[in-house]
Design a protein around this ligand. Structure first.
Ligand SMILES: C[S@@+](CC[C@H](N)C(=O)[O-])C[C@H]1O[C@@H](n2cnc3c(N)ncnc32)[C@H](O)[C@@H]1O
Length: 233
């Protein structure tokens, strides 16, 4: 059996396990479409960012495991659209963006950020396995595409990560539950108190968006359906 068919079948089974048969079947056409595009990007950059990975298959030894979501990357085409719209709405120049992806998985958002000319991209990820893959992906990508930007991958639970004072764009795609998000938002506010600056939060699938709102972040026009942008002056 050709290897891409095996990969598709195993992805399908993982999705059924995680989301149930009906949700999997109803989202199959757009899923197959973006899966093909994602594999094309990975082929172009010689990277490995496209697999849907179940939480239980990761070597996670952190106490927040029960608050975590699976590793499902933001589709490539969507990542580009989202980051470009955020640049437009924030009027930031790519070369001044220091982006943090909370729960960076295999590093796709960081790659897309570097490709757009961001100054630095930082990924926080609690799974050591995923961090290894992310590091390899970023190394291969920056060698191949000769991008100037810096990248850093930190193996850490996001709730324990001290936000660098130069960070100005913070990305979340459904990484964890409200409890962890509360701690992360308090860390963001702590960094903002020490170094007041404009902070932009991109939140795809914003299940816990109210945590930002009740902590003084202003909701901006939606970047696209299901993706919110918050701003802290
Ligand atoms: C839905 S994936 C998003 C991947 C990536 N941000 C993207 O958009 O392509 C969520 C990721 O968050 C990670 N994660 C979950 N809980 C975490 C935590 N408490 N600290 C750090 N990473 C976490 C998971 O291991 C997973 O890789």
């Amino acid at each position: 059996m050709p290897s891409f068919v095996k990969v598709l079948m195993s992805d399908f089974l993982l999705w059924v396990e995680a989301r149930g048969l009906w949700k999997t079947l109803s989202s199959a056409p757009p899923y197959i479409h973006h899966l093909m595009l994602d594999r094309l990007y990975d082929w172009k950059f010689s990277t490995r960012t496209s697999r849907f990975i179940m939480l239980k298959s990761l070597s996670a030894d952190c106490h927040h495991l029960k608050h975590s979501w699976h590793c499902e990357p933001t589709p490539f085409y969507k990542s580009e659209q989202i980051l470009k719209s955020a640049l437009q709405l924030s009027q930031l120049n790519p070369s001044e963006v220091v982006l943090i992806d909370f729960g960076c998985g295999t590093g796709r958002i960081l790659m897309v950020g570097l490709n757009l000319g961001f100054k630095t991209t930082i990924g926080i990820e609690r799974s050591e396995n995923l961090c290894q893959v992310a590091k390899q992906n970023l190394q291969i990508f920056s060698n191949k595409c000769n991008k100037q930007g810096q990248f850093e991958i930190v193996v850490k639970d996001a709730s324990l990560f001290e936000i660098p004072h130069e960070a100005n764009v913070l990305y979340f795609f459904n990484p964890f539950n409200a409890q962890v998000m509360e701690s992360v938002v308090q860390n963001i506010l702590a960094s903002h108190r020490v170094a007041p600056r404009s902070l932009w939060v991109i939140y795809l699938n914003p299940c816990h968006g109210t945590i930002f709102e009740k902590n003084g972040f202003k909701c901006q026009p939606n970047i696209q359906k299901g993706c919110k942008l918050y701003w802290l002056a």
